[in-house]
Design a binder for this molecule. Structure first.
Ligand code: FES
Length: 605
């Protein structure tokens, strides 16, 4: 019987399952901890998963009882009632995991005084009469000037359409919602003023709901980017959208549907409704920006990767299919280049990069790593294709940072000592664990500078003619032993990834006539960057070998930047300014690129 390959995302666990068994069984076999309070009887409704790719058995009556029609349309199923009929890609929502994937702890308070672009004003007017014939809009504008000294410059057409009935029904009292000097909506008496900041990554989406008056983050949520089913890499998604209008629309809609789901969830956590959301800020890479806005992506998918626009944009939320208050806008921070997007701008804004002193590097390590160098007030950025190895892909026992992932490891006296996330039996390695393996194999003399594993060592074994570093794992009750491995092939994958990051840093320095010794500070942003052991990253040759106190791990700086741009007009202006200051460096045409890249593959370089 042929087995099926099942890939559980975003936990990053995948493997083979025999036909005929339920997805819940598959999850158990592969170590994915799905909630199953009823033990798979179909009575708790907790084991919800989303089928992203592949075919499964028909929907059962039981599932119809637990899932909404919307969920069913989006491919949600109960894992215990679903049988795979082909290879599958399955997304596991955080609520369906007994122990969720680790997310970064982020401060709910922001280091700024709120200065939102959108504000609400309560006003009272006198009714028109034979001595007072001015128009409804003039009456509103005049009153805003008298009561609040605001110069209204324009009123949205939708507001004009509803205004006559609204004013008369409310006895000439109004709650005007202004965005800068434009009236965008007329609120109800119980309207709250809230906004959402989205950081839309290639793989994951982070979202934050903020009270626009106080600046407080009321709720946050992470989710998979549903566009992943059209390609893990962004070029595949751009090509998919180029094939037809229908496909371009589809890839937009699946994203807006997910954003609507997030908006709904965040509002219900915070006791708000969609009608309280008056402003949204989006930061993402340039390709996701183009896909979301329905901009042609052809020139972006081919060298020299030219975007349609790099300007900031303000677009009505309803035009993007988002369910918010009437009149709400979505603000897109500016991009820099085809592969350096608004998420990079948001990171630099959050770091207040232009206020930093000396030679400063800021980087966010992901499938694409964007790096910026600050030198005497000028900024140069580039992007390098570091690939998904640190996210667990292309490495046999690689996985994302979930329960049971080895996140720290060291080798002492030929013994492997490791720590897993949640203290669970090891299932694989996440990015920080992979870097530790790299560093310790080298320090223990098991791997040389070129990344070659030695033939003779008790921790090394040949499997199918290839050297593997082997770790013996004991199950929780210590009754079973099994092995997880890291092969010579895995090492080569990681060398490409870490070599790309180091090449990017060196190219920026070289273009500025600097060397690594000149660096005063390195900011490491992003989920992976927050958890790495900087010493291991230096030994592995991913980061420059400069004193450890020059490194700062800053968490999700792009997400912070998007929140700041949502809540603070001046931070939004800074983002605009930074984006225009950055000079873009194209790594692929950098003269010494092949040479630098070859050297960056070594360890301890
Ligand atoms: Fe309870 Fe599936 S495990 S419904």
């Amino acid at each position: 019987n042929k087995s099926y390959k099942i890939d559980f995302e975003p936990v990053g666990l995948r493997g083979k399952c025999m036909p005929g068994i339920s997805l819940l069984e598959c999850a158990r076999t592969l170590g994915v901890d799905l909630v199953n309070l009823c033990g798979g009887n179909g009575t708790c409704g907790q084991c919800i998963v989303q089928i992203i790719e592949g075919s499964v058995s028909c929907l059962t009556k039981t599932e119809e009882n637990f899932l909404s029609p919307d969920q069913i349309n989006q491919g949600y199923r109960l894992a215990c009632k679903t049988i795979p009929l082909s290879d599958l890609k399955v997304s596991v929502p955080p609520d369906s995991l007994t122990t969720p994937q680790r997310t970064q702890v982020e401060s709910m308070d922001l280091p700024v005084v709120p200065e939102p672009l959108v504000k609400m004003y309560d006003i009272e007017m006198t009714a028109p009469g034979s001595n007072d014939l001015c128009s409804d809009s003039r009456r509103l504008i005049n009153r805003l000037k008298e009561q609040y000294n605001i110069n209204v410059l324009s009123i949205d057409l939708d507001v004009l359409r509803e205004m006559p009935v609204y004013l008369r029904d409310n006895n000439w009292k109004a709650r005007a919602v202004l965005r800068e000097n434009k009236i965008i909506a007329l609120g109800c008496q119980d309207s709250r003023l809230a906004g959402i900041a989205f950081d839309i990554g290639t793989t994951k989406i982070a979202a934050y709901l903020l009270d626009l008056n106080t600046g407080r983050t009321l709720a946050s949520k992470g989710m998979m980017n549903p566009q992943i089913k059209y390609g893990e890499d962004i070029i595949a998604r751009l090509l998919y959208a180029q094939e037809s209008q229908k496909q371009a629309l589809h890839i937009r809609e699946i994203l807006s549907n997910t954003l609507n789901q997030i908006i709904g969830d965040l509002c219900s956590y915070a006791g708000l409704t969609n009608n309280d959301i008056f402003e949204i800020v989006v930061v993402c890479n340039t390709a996701i920006h183009h896909l979301f806005l329905g901009l042609p992506g052809k020139s972006l998918s081919l060298a020299p990767y030219i975007p349609v626009t790099d300007s900031e944009l303000d677009i009505k939320a309803e035009k993007l299919g988002l369910k918010t208050a009437k009149g709400a806008y979505v603000h897109f921070l500016p991009n820099i280049a085809g592969y350096v997007g608004a998420d990079h701008v948001a990171m630099l804004t959050a770091l207040e990069i232009l206020e930093q002193k000396g030679i400063v590097i800021a980087l966010d390590i992901g499938t694409n790593t964007e790096i910026c160098l600050l030198n005497k007030g000028s900024l140069t950025s580039l992007s390098c294709a570091s690939g998904p190895a640190f996210e667990g892909a292309h490495v046999k026992f690689g996985m994302r940072a979930g329960q049971g992932a080895i996140e720290r490891l060291r080798i002492e006296n030929n013994k492997v000592i490791y720590k897993t996330i949640g203290g669970k039996p090891a299932k694989g390695f996440c990015g920080s664990g992979i870097l530790d393996i790299f560093a310790w194999l080298y320090k223990a003399g098991i791997m040389d500078r070129t990344g070659k594993l030695t033939d003779n060592h008790p921790l090394i074994r040949k499997i199918n003619g290839i050297n593997h570093f082997v770790i013996n794992i004991k199950d929780q009750d210590k009754s079973q032993c099994f092995e997880i491995t890291f092969s010579q092939k895995d090492i080569r994958e990681v060398q490409l990834a870490k070599g790309a990051v180091r090449t990017g840093i060196q190219a920026l320095l070289k273009a500025n006539n600097l060397t690594e010794k000149d660096i005063d500070k390195i900011f490491i942003a992003g989920a992976f960057g927050s958890y790495i052991d900087v010493k291991s990253a230096k030994t592995a040759g991913m980061l420059p070998n400069i004193p450890s106190n020059r490194f700062t791990q800053v968490g999700n700086a792009a997400g912070l930047g998007s929140r700041l741009a949502l809540i603070s007009r001046s931070r939004r202006e800074q983002a605009r300014y930074i984006a225009r200051q950055v000079e873009y460096l194209e790594l692929a045409v950098f003269p010494d690129f092949p040479e630098i890249f070859a050297k960056s593959m070594y360890l301890d370089s």
